[in-house]
Design a binder for this molecule. Structure first.
Ligand code: HSE
Length: 309
């Protein structure tokens, strides 16, 4: 195989209560990338469409993760990367992770799959760190593994794949403002009260149990975040209004997607997810904020090979 074209999906990190550990993969939003083997060693980024991002491999998240992989694999060839970005950087649905994970997934395929998915997650974290200033894997893991994932630890890296209840749909509203992950992390407190921590880890545990047992009611009860959301919601215009309108359409829960500004809701069934989309849209429609709205099934596959030669 000399050339591969892939779909690299958007993802929702945190999933309300699981800051830096939980994430899930989206189906209808994502980037495309074409990677070719070259005789010249190293990583060359030859095309970026969609958004203005650096071409130097050392300054580009897809380049940094690819460089981490080839530093370990020492292949007898190099790679050219074309990036067709649909996921806006700073939108809160894993734009940098899609690039970082996409390049290592594709290169691994071209090399005959020497690495497993956890090892690819490790290389992709190097790219993510360039964008966000910290090595977390809660967007990268669901992009590579698909479905819901829990990052049990980063050092050593351990990712758990969680089951996806079949009727689960996500609604995502993306107001067109940019929030840099590093800035959204900088406003968070160093310490949290024990009482809040207890509630939060009980919610993470019950959310994981709900996914294993297809318990939509328990899932709904678990989608609460008393630690991160109160700080970050101030960065997102009309956050409280979006949340209270969406709740009228009866989703299982609604919270900030990753570090925002996107807001996600999870619903049982596509019809409810579409009603949530209408409710969310009605809030921004009355303002001068441009927005995109998506309804997506949970993508249990993760990365998708579109074609190869
Ligand atoms: N867990 C990360 C955060 C996801 O919320 O900061 C964004 O990269």
């Amino acid at each position: 195989m000399k050339k591969i074209k892939i779909f690299s999906p958007a993802t929702v990190a945190n999933v309300s209560c699981g800051f830096d550990v939980l994430g899930f993969c989206l189906d209808t939003i994502g980037d495309e990338m074409i990677i070719r083997k070259t005789k010249t060693k190293g990583i060359t980024i030859t095309k970026i469409e969609g958004f203005d991002l650096p071409y130097e491999a050392e300054k580009n998240v897809a380049g940094v993760s690819a460089l981490a992989l080839i530093a370990d694999a020492k292949p007898d060839c190099g790679f050219e990367i074309e990036i067709y970005k649909n996921i806006k950087p700073g939108s809160g649905v894993g734009s940098s992770s899609a690039s970082a994970a996409g390049s290592v997934f594709a290169i691994n395929e071209l090399l005959g799959k020497p690495y497993n998915t956890t090892e690819l997650t490790y290389f992709a974290m190097k790219g993510e760190a360039l964008a966000s200033g910290s090595e977390h894997a809660d967007n990268i893991a669901p992009a590579l593994f698909g479905g819901f994932t829990l990052v049990k630890s980063c050092t050593p890296l351990k990712v758990l794949q969680l089951p996806t209840p079949s009727e689960l749909y996500a609604t995502i509203i993306h107001p067109e403002i940019e929030i840099k992950t590093a800035e959204a992390r900088a406003i968070l407190p160093e310490n949290v009260a024990l009482k809040s921590a207890i509630t939060q880890w009980a919610n993470v545990g019950s959310l994981v149990h709900a996914l294993h047992t297809n318990d939509y009611d328990l899932l709904s009860e678990s989608l609460n975040d008393g630690i991160i959301e109160p700080h970050r919601k101030q960065l997102i215009p009309y956050y409280d209004a979006i949340k209270s309108e969406s709740i009228k359409a009866d989703p299982l829960g609604c919270s900030i997607s990753g570090s925002g500004p996107s807001i996600f809701a999870l619903s049982k069934g596509e019809e409810t997810a579409k009603r949530v989309a209408e409710a969310m849209s009605s809030v921004y429609s009355k303002t001068d904020i441009n927005f995109n709205i998506y309804v997506s099934k949970i993508n249990t596959q993760g990365m998708r090979i579109m074609n190869n030669e």
